[in-house]
Design a protein around this ligand. Structure first.
Ligand code: PGA
Length: 247
């Protein structure tokens, strides 16, 4: 059974001084619990964050990763470059990448394959937007976002320790609107069953306006293996409260 995961996605926030201040405030109170603690900061903060968390039990992930290890890919970071500075994993296909930077299912799979090949853990994000939910096509959207991944990794047991899925309904990200327990349970069960058809059982995280008040309830829902948290992971007291709320 995989450990529960709490991953903080800092998005494009904080200077190095602010990241250092966050870790100085958090680490003295941070208890290594039986879970996996991750922070995904901006590229400019990754190296100082890796140094700050050494031996603390917190891992530093990237928010994206290229599909090649080197070459003419302006603006990208490769899996080997990330490993070189001590980063242990990456988010892939966050909805903001899909929405604002043209990330496609096809590219996302290539990024995922290359990160996993280099031994990085991948949190692969899926989720429907508001229009798709209103049209009643959430299940199809989730299945279609997962289909390439299932074809590529199906049946590969070694992949499970390197892959997690994050279900993040786009309408719940940064809006203060959390999906309700039934919506989360339904979506997680669709994802769980879709992955089961190819013998994959990675952790499935929920993301979208998670905070210390709702995390306890969310993390008890069936098939929820943890959370991907944006806004509420930015402040040290809130991150510490999240760490005590995870069930
Ligand atoms: P939020 O962001 O917790 O601020 O809604 C979650 C995410 O985008 O991963």
């Amino acid at each position: 059974m995989n450990k529960k995961i709490l991953a903080g996605n800092w998005k494009m926030n904080k200077t190095r001084a602010e990241a250092d201040a966050f870790f100085s405030e958090t680490l003295p109170h941070f208890m290594k619990q039986n879970a996996r603690w991750i922070i995904a900061p901006s590229p400019t903060l990754m190296e100082c964050s890796v140094k700050a968390v050494s031996n603390s039990g917190i891992e530093i992930f990237s928010q994206n990763c290229a599909w090649e290890n080197s070459g003419a890919f302006t603006g990208e970071m490769s899996p080997t470059q990330l490993k070189d500075i001590g980063v242990t994993g990456t988010l892939i296909a966050h909805s903001e990448r899909r929405q604002f930077f043209g990330e496609t299912d096809e590219n996302a799979l290539k990024r995922c394959q290359s990160a996993i090949k280099e031994g990085l853990h991948v949190i692969f994000c899926v989720g429907e937007n508001l229009k798709e939910r209103e049209q009643g096509i959430t299940d199809q959207v989730l299945k279609s976002q997962l289909s390439r991944l299932c074809k590529s990794f199906g049946g590969s047991k070694e992949i499970e320790s390197l892959l997690s899925i994050a279900y993040e309904p786009v309408w719940a990200i940064g809006t203060g609107l959390t999906a309700n327990s039934q919506q989360i349970a339904d979506a997680h069960s669709v994802i769980f069953e879709e992955l089961q058809t190819v013998n994959l059982r990675p952790s499935i995280l929920y993301g979208g306006s998670v905070n210390p008040q709702n995390l306890g309830e969310i993390s008890r829902i069936q098939n929820v293996g943890g959370a991907l948290v944006g806004g509420a992971s930015l402040k040290a007291p809130s991150y510490l409260d999240l760490s005590s709320a995870l069930q």
